[in-house]
Design a protein around this ligand. Sequence first.
Ligand code: SF4
Ligand code: SF4
Length: 976
Amino acid sequence: MAITAQESTGTVTLTIDGREVTAPEGTTIWAAAKAAGIDIPVLCHDERFDPVGVCRMCVVDVGAPAFAASCVRACENGMQVRTDSPEIGRSRTMLTRMLVSDQPPAERDPKQTTTGDNELLALAERFGLGQDGGRAGLPAGSGRGADLSSPVIAVDHDACILCDRCVRACDDIQGNDVIGRSGKGYATLIAFDLRDPMGASSCVSCGECVAACPTGALTNKPINMIPIRPRAELDAVDTVCPYCGVGCALTYYVDRDKGAIAYADGREQPGSQGRLCVKGRYGWDYAASPQRLTVPLIRRDSSYPKGALSADVRGDMAAGGEANDHGMTAGAGPNGSSPKEKRKGGKRGRRPGGLVDYAEVLPHFREATWDEALDLIAARLTAIYADGGPAAIAGFGSAKCSNEEAYLFQKLIRTGFHTNNVDHCTRLCHASSVAALFEGIGSGAVSTTYGDIRNAGVAIVTGSNSTANHPVASSFFKQARRNGTTIIYVDPRADRMADHADIYCQLKPGTDVAFYNGIMHEVIRLGLTDEEYIRTRTSNFEALKATVAAYPPKRAEQITGVPADIIRQVARAWGETRAGIIFWGMGISQHTTGTDNARCLIAMCAITGNIGKPGAGLHPLRGQNNVQGASDMGLIPMFYPDYQKADDPGVKAAFEAAWGTGDLDPKRGLTVTEIIGSALKGGVRGMYMLGENPFLSDPNINKVRKALAKLDFLVVQDIFLTETAEFADVILPASSYMEKDGTYTNTDRRVQLGRKVLDPPGQARVDWQVVQDIARRIGLDWHYESSRQIFEEMVTVIPSYQNLTYDNLGLSGKLYPNPDPEHSDGTVVMFTDKFNTDDGLAHLVPAEWLPAKELPDEEYPFVLNTGRMLEHWHTGTMTRRSYALDTIAPKALVFVSPDDAAWLGLEDGDLARVISRRGAIELETKVSHREAPGNCFIPFHFREAAANLLTIDEIDPWGKIPEFKFCAVRIEKARG
Ligand code: SF4
Ligand code: SF4
């Protein structure tokens, strides 16, 4: 084909079915035809993957002796294409007939494939082969067998047409690299790892392969014993995943006859792009658990004085009970019972399971009407307030609730009880990041989206087990690396992300400041700073330079354990990149030096000019689905909505005017950990907890146990009976995520609409309505009628959410700030010209490295790190009631290195006893090459081996976040 003038403009013009079509150079014929509204059938092709052209279903006539596969053949200038003709039709029909001839018998056809229809059978019908694809009389399938070893995915090899869609979905989209091919000729199969059963392979059950499969070869198993009906018979509800801050868009397919979700599928949205992880795709059945709270409960008079109600929450059966042998108090029940006394009764034993024992706890409560429960709450909280004043009341809201609920909850505490003692779990995840970001750039939100990694030259992922905690975001990290982004992973644990890194730095726990000071020292020494950016967009560079001067790579190596040459290599890569982005998680924030750690990351970006342009910036990966939104809503003690300072008289006056109230609290309130401390001393006496479970989530459980027991009055509003609810006076049955409308703000600042999927069970009610009912009973004149109405009020006091409405959020939501109501997607890159600080500059704050508060010693020689697993979520209330998630990951584990395991005489599966100065737990050993010698890791989801019995409650002085990532423990082989 001759070069034409058009080619130099980057487009080509051709004729498809007689129509002139112009397309960008390199466009395939299939894509050009689709853009022109011409449908060419495909089987192996999916637009999200690189085309492979193996099935030949999409062949077209380009005037050559043989037909061309349109999914791989690029358009050319002057090309004459026919997408259909009798000959092409015969070819497609013959191909379809041959593929169908190997399919399993019709009675094995799945009712549902995630693509909606069995695409092969749909083609058979389209080509006149009948509904069964003309299988009658044909041999029954290829006999290649099935693999039912995964709890969530059924593999029918007979139905596999070897189109490789699943292989590409697993590799190219999710970056999991599990599926390949095995065997030769007719015996060829898709294979998991080294032809392992799927359930025993490295598969992480993301279901992306199921979503890609065009036949019945890979299908979802029914999660809740309800057979999955064809998609056309199900009700599709577009909403958002209820788990992590990635906020993946999904659709629940609901069987209305059964009143239950049948399955979930990812849907398109600019962030998640149709992807899901195992929690989003398979972890939704908790909402239908028979253990849902369905009626208000009031503690029986006979169950006072108050204390925990079940043996394990009292500590009687926890291994920690014996911690008293080590001078600790793990088993001391708040009601005065000693663990020894309890054990006399012969109840000593290890707890078998992971849920509150309803049979043990429920008899301590009686059912009540909503009116009775709400009246009691209003009367008791009002009385405590009248007696003790604002300081006696506190509220914990929830990052699982919607923006509207978070907004109303903080408004209730602030206007009803005139206190700023309102907080939520952000205190336990990114409070230090937010403190550093506010100080440094005047905003606590991310400066760019996780998807912007595609524009980055270098990405540092630090203190973040992203493949477990933000799985879909991590799939974009892995994909970016395949497209050329250099990934530098920095973490004491060699998590899966380390397998996908160009440079992995296994630093010692708690040495982040020294590591990043070492990098900055070298960046400055090599002259790789952005002088213009430093001069025009930052302040305090000289002080930073003076501090990092004391951290040459050799000294950084001594502190961090990362070789000086690697530190130099990272510094050069970071300093020389055209665009650098940093993602961080709780390995940075959950330290007593969390704010210092984040200060270093801000400085890393600022001195190299890496904030405010595509592919560059700061992204603390948010944990819960709405932790960003709950913070934006002011569910924090130091800020009113939109981070307006609670101790600023002007802000106070503005909110008094906006809310039509007087006497807002003029000072900052107490944080989560401070409220627990205050309750212990009798300061805070009345609490309202909406969807929080501090008994398991807060550090040093023994202290939390005593504080909860000491409260005069505690209201717990939740969907299940939690450990914390055992200390409640009143328990209110809440609605799950699936049972209400509302907005949620993800880690990217994307505000999305969550839509009601199911009705709440029994008398359970939508949370904002309950908050309003309490507000009205204590004298607030509230008359909200919908979450939309609350949103409309909220936006008037949250300038960052301006130009967002329920109507313009659409199916994809929008990033805030949104420059105008009609803007397509809001702002990706922030701070392009200036920062939100008073002077518009980034304030560089130098930090000196400080050792952790409790270092290992002879008696407690290991460093304990705590965190999440892929399959579980926080205190396990949802995920441990999800069939798929609890089946895949049913047990509490302590991860230790092979060297340490050998030294301790432990093997995989052995029962280990982990002891700190505060308590002891027993759990199974997992020998893992991902742990460094001297360190161990325990997920904190498991109440029967609660990691937070061991942790210390030291906090970061600025963010007030506890130290969840570092305390000293001893590990022994357990006796029993
Ligand atoms: S479920 Fe996910 S990880 Fe497992 S094989 Fe399929 S795509 Fe790969
Ligand atoms: S990555 Fe997060 S938001 Fe996405 S599906 Fe998984 S848990 Fe849900």
